[in-house]
Design a protein around this ligand. Structure first.
Ligand SMILES: [Zn+2]
Length: 148
């Protein structure tokens, strides 16, 4: 059909795999006159069956590989979204903790202030008591002096 010298090739399909032949040299667009003449005679039936089985296995494995890839990508997407969900949860938890922590610091400092106030009050009260005692002592001394 193409008026070209056929070239020697090796079949790579089904039960004829490995058989040499002369074929059309045109390759583009899939338009090809195909086999012009076989170099090797047909393979024994047993070998042909084996070749068919091998090709079947090969295609199944490829299909499996595609499925594995899809499964892998699905799993990856699932893990990604799970990770993002977990991250968002952690972020809200962190925000909550930050608020709680701020509140805690506030409460603790308030507690310290209150305690300081109490301590100051106690110190003040003690001072007042001591001053009163001193006053009483002086009064008693003055009284004793007057009595003498
Ligand atoms: Zn051709």
């Amino acid at each position: 059909m193409h008026q070209l010298r056929p070239i020697k090739r090796v079949a790579f399909e089904g039960p004829v795999t490995g058989r040499r032949f002369y074929g059309c040299p045109v390759q583009e667009n899939g338009v090809n006159c195909g086999v012009v003449e076989w170099v090797d005679g047909p393979w024994p039936t047993v070998l042909q069956r084996c070749l068919c089985k091998l090709w079947e296995m090969f295609h199944e494995q490829n299909f499996g590989r595609v499925q594995d890839k899809q499964k892998f990508e699905k799993e990856l997407a699932r893990l990604k979204s799970e990770h993002e969900r977990e991250l968002a949860k952690l972020r809200t938890e962190n925000d909550k903790l930050c608020i709680e922590y701020t509140k805690l610091v506030d409460d603790v400092s308030k507690m310290f202030d209150w305690q300081d106030g109490r301590v100051d009050k106690k110190v003040y009260q003690k001072q007042v008591e001591e001053e009163e005692l001193e006053k009483k002592k002086k009064e008693l001394e003055e009284k004793a002096m007057l009595e003498v």
